[in-house]
Design a protein around this ligand. Sequence first.
Ligand SMILES: [Zn+2]
Length: 79
Amino acid sequence: MGKYGKMKLGTTVEINTQVVNGRCPFCKADSLLVSIHKTIFRCMHCGSDIEQKVNGKISYIPLGGNIHMVDNTRDLTNG
Ligand SMILES: [Zn+2]
């Protein structure tokens, strides 16, 4: 009987985390941006996800959706 105990799939977790300096469009701060996807970066300052656009120059735009808008002004209730 052969030994087939070594059925281990190569679990190579490849995380190419790239950290760049950029200007976050949310908090308007020069912050560290960590790539969580090819062109998606996360601001280390405010935690927002932004998309990197490269057209001539690199610019960062806010990602649509998934943006938490904390609206505390609508606290009025008409009884
Ligand atoms: Zn930010």
